[in-house]
Design a protein around this ligand. Structure first.
Ligand code: GDP
Length: 362
């Protein structure tokens, strides 16, 4: 699955956001929710297209795609030097595909800010410095190791070394690796090192309930994000948490029937999706209607392997209907009569929203 690590300084609203995220997951009975570890929440990706497909197909079960959020609390100044449980936290981030950095942009005199004042730019610098220092250490160690290999004329080692030297220079100049221009070969050569600052990053600006617009703190974060190719989503964690609580209570009391405004929490999940360049395809059956997550550019063959490796091994072709056609012709039969089912081979690049039916040999 796709994992997003949540980081941020103490008292910025990480736990509040995380609790809201994971509570929101329990909301709909149809949505499978599970907590793998106390600090991990699997959150369904809200997708209105699933509801539209369900109206036509009336499936017994609807399975949305999910994104996994991991609460990586405890990343503080000095973490890369092993302060606190620093290095352990940094290693947690290493296993995630993306990073969500919660930045305090809300004012509240009762809640102490670790640095004594609200200063998003400084907070971001603290966290990014820790990430970069950790990468720097990994990079230097790798260079020492790889340098020896190049002496024996290892060409792959030469490629890796040249990539690592570019990384070293970038990190020494306090740059993030994600903005470094590396060739695909170079990227692949250093992929195994799981650098932190190369991961896609979103800043989650946590604001006061009434200051979503024209918030100077958020503007500050936007400027930083633009320079380092990150994205920004704005939330009010406190309100999200209230909404999430309300839902749980409402569920117990009324069971169904109350409509809530879609929480801005959803924007965090959507942003994670966008950040990772992900899209969705659907499989449609009476038993189960299901959304699957794939990277943009995934072929039919690769997509089939998401469901089952046997699909990939025995792949013959994929019967494909676009989401729009499926809707317009009210299902597979209608689409078929209208000649809107396409037979696609293994190299077909799956489109967002495709309804796929894989034909395969057993
Ligand atoms: P963490 O240390 O980053 O996990 O921060 P917490 O989630 O524990 O939040 C620290 C304090 O800030 C708590 O008392 C929260 O209720 C409060 N808080 C979190 N988000 C907001 C917010 O959006 N607005 C306001 N006013 N307070 C918040």
């Amino acid at each position: 699955g796709f994992k997003c690590g949540i980081v941020g300084l103490p008292n910025v609203g990480k736990s509040t956001l995380f609790n809201a995220l994971t509570k929101a997951g329990i909301k709909a009975a149809n949505f499978p929710f599970c907590t793998i570890q106390p600090n991990t929440g699997v959150v369904p990706m809200p997708d209105p297209r699933l509801d539209k497909l369900a109206e036509i197909v009336k499936p017994q079960r609807i399975v949305p795609t999910t994104m996994e959020f991991v609460d990586i609390a405890g990343l503080v100044k000095g973490a890369s030097q092993g302060e606190g449980l620093g290095n352990q936290f940094l290693n947690h981030i290493r296993t995630t595909e993306a990073i969500g950095h919660v930045v305090r942009c809300f004012t509240n005199d009762n809640i102490i800010h670790v640095a004594g004042k609200i200063d998003p730019a400084e907070d971001i610098a603290v966290i990014n410095t820790e990430l970069a220092l950790s990468d720097l250490e990994v990079c230097e160690r790798a260079i020492n190791r790889v340098q020896k290999l190049t002496k024996s004329g290892d060409n792959h080692a030469k490629l890796e070394l040249s990539a690592l030297k570019k990384c070293l220079l970038q990190l020494s100049n306090a740059g993030m690796l994600r903005t470094l221009n590396l060739s695909n070969d170079e990227k692949q050569a250093i992929d195994y090192l799981s650098f932190l600052t190369i991961k896609p990053m979103m800043y989650i600006t946590n604001v006061n309930e009434n200051s979503f617009d024209n918030n100077p703190y958020v503007e500050q974060v936007r400027a930083i994000a633009a320079a380092e190719e990150s994205i920004v989503v704005t939330i009010c964690a406190a309100v999200e948490s209230d909404i999430a609580k309300l839902k749980t209570e409402a569920r117990n009391t009324f069971m169904a029937g109350i409509d809530f405004v879609e929480p801005s929490l959803t924007s965090v999940i959507r942003a994670g999706y966008k950040l990772l360049n992900l899209q969705t395809y659907f499989t449609v059956g009476v038993k189960e209607l299901r959304a699957w997550t794939i990277s943009v550019g995934t072929t039919a063959l690769q997509a089939s392997g998401k469901i089952h490796n046997d699909f990939r091994k025995g792949f013959i072709r994929a019967q494909t209907i676009s989401f729009e056609d499926f809707l317009f012709y009210k299902g597979e039969l209608g689409a078929k009569e209208a000649g809107k089912i396409r037979s696609e081979g293994k190299h077909y690049v799956v489109n967002d929203g495709d309804v796929m039916n894989f034909m395969f040999n057993v």
